[in-house]
Ligand binder design. Sequence first.
Ligand code: ZN
Length: 156
Amino acid sequence: MQVTRNKVVTISYELSESGKGKLEDGTLDYLHGFRNLMPALENFLTDKKEGFSGKVEIGPRDAFGEFDRNMVMTIPKDQLEKSEEIQVGMQIELESEAGIIPALVTAVAADSITVDGNHPYAGKTLTFDIKVLAIRDASAEELAHGHAHGAHGHHH
Ligand code: ZN
């Protein structure tokens, strides 16, 4: 069986920043052809067989986007609720034109805080080291939902 649209694919992956260190690893089930993975990764996996393993490098534009300086913002504390509880390293939610976005607190000053709303992997060139562990036909329910169910899939 090959990785094609409407198959549920189990992969294990190790994700690293190219030329630097490992970022994360994991195992997941996903429904192929439904943009559950980034398109560059789905393209790489298309037509691969069970047991395949290989590496693919994906630039920021096809991964989590370029680092956007405008997403780093300094906010006066008097515009924030419970500002006295905010510490470096916390995630807070910001309202933006694109809706609520999570932002990482990167600095706290006497009367303001600085947050970074970029995805943690924005601006990074990523290398995925991937193994295709299993491939199966999706169930009618999975196709209707547009995602995989099961051990490493979506839980309701
Ligand atoms: Zn579902």
